[in-house]
Design a protein around this ligand. Structure first.
Ligand code: PRP
Length: 171
């Protein structure tokens, strides 16, 4: 399939450095846990946490929406949970993309019940055009409107995740 370059690896890396600086400064002296939402956030998460200068714990969750292809069905099931204690800690959820917002809304609701000190969201890409529920993105890498995005963790039917840059698929 044809594709168009949307975000080069260079641009992504430089934006991640800025986000990491901002987060490090906001959370100085606080007990933090960075939680990566698998699988899409894997590269963003790895690049981000290694730029963060404060000590932190890391863990992962996996929320899979049913179905595959170009639209998310809106139903989320958790197939992997965090394993380290999160009570009274400051959580930073790391997502690759926020589209309808349904995934993050359900994750936040679920984590809130476990008594963390705070929950904030860091997303590499905000895709506001298809939003169904409002999600506060506290740290946003890029706002992108057009196209179905692949690469740097983002997939189409599980393909293209390992591309180092982000592209829009042309249909
Ligand atoms: C993608 C992405 C987000 C979610 C965003 O995950 O990583 O978790 O969809 O969509 P939403 O805002 O409409 O809920 P997906 O379920 O495709 O799994 P993946 O991370 O393994 O690609």
């Amino acid at each position: 399939m044809e594709r168009e370059l949307i975000l080069s690896r260079k641009r992504i890396v430089s934006r991640i450095k800025e986000l990491a600086r901002e987060i490090s400064s906001d959370y100085t002296g606080k007990k933090t846990v960075f939680i990566g939402i698998l699988n899409g956030a894997v590269f963003f998460f790895a690049d981000l946490v290694r730029e963060v200068t404060i000590p932190t714990e890391i863990d992962f969750m996996r929320a899979a929406s049913y179905g595959s292809g170009m639209s998310s069905s809106g139903t989320v099931r958790f197939t992997k949970d965090v394993e380290i204690p999160i009570k009274d800690k400051h959580l930073i959820l790391v997502e690759d993309i926020v589209d309808t917002g349904l995934t993050l809304t359900q994750i936040v609701r679920n984590l809130e019940e476990r008594g963390p000190q705070s929950i904030k969201i860091c997303a590499l890409i905000d895709k506001p055009e298809r939003r169904e529920v409002e999600v506060p993105i506290d740290y946003c890498g890029f706002q992108i409107r057009e196209g179905f995005l692949i690469g740097y963790g983002l997939d189409f039917n599980e393909q293209y995740r390992s591309l180092p840059d982000i592209y829009a698929l042309k249909q």
